[in-house]
Design a protein around this ligand. Structure first.
Ligand code: ZN
Length: 470
């Protein structure tokens, strides 16, 4: 019996233990007793979960509980912020505006920028450039010619969570203009120069070949190029493009306008004169061209459209040595007596033939008889070039008189009127060309004279001489 009692006692003790265990279990399940919370606090800390249990233990002051104090942040707490999508750039006034799609759970966004500017002060890496709570950002620290690349990250309020970077978006602030300038060096080279495009790391130089294609000559990181494969008197066309490299390996390539240059040495400080020959081309034109070529000189031929097909090669040769071909109407009409449409047709018919022979557009014109009017001015579409020395060669048909007229009157900046369809004029020209050179004159085209004397020739305006401006 005694043994039985012992067993009974043990049995009671066991029951107590089981009962307490069950009680604790119930407490754990229903979580309604702070005693349990103390007992299980360590478990909550490591769990760090966002269930109702955690909400309910908010009454205690454990760190773990604070982490999960609201349901809103509880969502982001467990997740990660996704990267901003659809990052776009657009130019607005003087700044670059970025925009992107909202990231769920993001409190703000960080904008990182990499600026490609002139070689020395370019940012090497993306750098934090600003932040915003909005879905757009204005970058006002931008300048023409620079490349700007951006990425955006989504950030939580305490900055503890940051998304991976968005894809890179870029904006290239195109320079206002990209033009090529040139000079012909005394070493028979054409020197091309251009303004630096700060973001550009490379420039590519193209030259038009005889079949009309632009062939790559070279590339450089400098702002100049020397073309030493040029022939004196010959005209060349160039294009230069700049290359901007994006971080993703892509490139932006933009071309300059075509730049035309003739391999001539013109000294702006020396005297110059423009000999002009009207009413051709004719049977004497080629001889005059040969003389010009021999003397490293050039002239301007104001051609009549209807004559062109008979003397194509003379015109082509004149153009090749750097002479200028101007428009002198199609059939030597008195343009002042024509309608605007009539004037335009006289011009366009001749222009088409000139272009066919030389490959270039004629940029100046001379009215037959020097006869002009308001209608002519508005319809010709080119500067009207008249003259300052009238040899009257068509009237006198006298070689000596033509020569003496020119030699007596000529001054720097003069435009001399002659006609290459008359034999005495041809003979005068063959004398005048070397003689004027001896007297220190550079024989240039009208457009060259305008360029070196600082004139921008305007369409419809009349020019008699192109003297040095005071
Ligand atoms: Zn004429």
């Amino acid at each position: 019996m005694n043994r039985m009692n012992n067993y009974k006692f043990l049995d009671v003790a066991t029951r107590i233990v089981v009962t307490i265990t069950l009680l604790l279990f119930f407490l754990a399940v229903f979580n309604c007793n702070s005693l349990y919370v103390y007992a299980m606090n360590a478990v909550t800390v490591t769990d760090n979960n966002s269930s109702n249990e955690a909400q309910n233990v908010n009454t205690t002051e454990s760190v773990a509980v604070d982490n999960a104090n609201t349901t809103e942040t509880a969502v982001t707490d467990t997740g990660i912020l996704t990267s901003p999508m659809n990052v776009k750039t657009v130019k607005e006034k003087k700044y670059v505006k970025l925009s992107w799609d909202k990231v769920e759970g993001a409190y703000k966004y960080h904008i990182y920028r990499k600026a490609t500017t002139s070689e020395d002060d370019s940012d090497e890496e993306f750098e934090l450039t600003g932040d915003t709570k909005k879905l757009s950002y204005k970058d006002k620290d931008v300048e023409a010619g620079n490349l700007y690349e951006y990425y955006v990250t989504a950030v939580s309020e305490d900055e503890a969570k940051v998304s991976t970077p968005s894809e890179v978006a870029y904006y290239f602030m195109e320079p206002q203009s990209f033009e090529v300038a040139s000079s012909f060096t005394d070493k028979n080279k054409i020197k091309l120069t251009w303004k630096e495009v700060p973001a550009a790391r490379k420039y590519v130089i193209y030259r038009k070949n005889t079949s009309g294609k632009y062939i790559k000559l070279s590339e450089t990181s400098k702002k100049k190029y020397l073309d030493d494969s040029v022939r004196k008197g010959k005209t060349y066309k160039y294009k230069v493009s700049y290359i901007v490299n994006l971080s993703n390996g892509n490139v932006i390539e933009k071309e300059s306008k075509v730049h035309t240059v003739t391999a001539n040495t013109i000294d702006p400080n020396k005297k110059m004169v423009a000999l002009t020959f009207d009413d051709g081309p004719g049977r004497y034109t080629q001889e005059i061209v040969d003389c010009l070529k021999k003397n490293d000189a050039r002239a301007t031929f104001f051609v009549v459209g209807s004559n062109l097909n008979s003397y194509k090669s003379a015109v082509k040769n004149a153009y090749k040595i750097g002479c200028e071909i101007g428009n002198h109407s199609y059939n030597h009409a008195n343009l002042a007596q024509l309608s605007a449409q009539g004037v335009a047709k006289q011009m366009s018919d001749t222009d088409a033939r000139i272009k066919k022979i030389t490959g270039s557009n004629s940029v100046i014109m001379r009215c037959p008889y020097g006869s002009t009017s308001k209608t002519v001015s508005s319809a010709v579409g080119k500067p009207i070039i008249l003259w300052s020395v009238d040899t009257l060669d068509w009237k006198t048909r006298n070689t000596d008189k033509t020569i003496s007229c020119v030699m007596n009157k000529v001054k720097d900046g003069d435009i001399v009127l002659m006609h290459d369809i008359h034999e005495p004029t041809k003979r005068a020209a063959l004398y005048l060309i070397p003689q004027l050179k001896k007297k220190g004159y550079q024989l240039v085209t009208v457009s060259e004279l305008a360029k070196y004397r600082g004139y921008k020739l305007n369409k419809g305006s009349v020019y008699h001489s192109l003297r040095k401006k005071k």
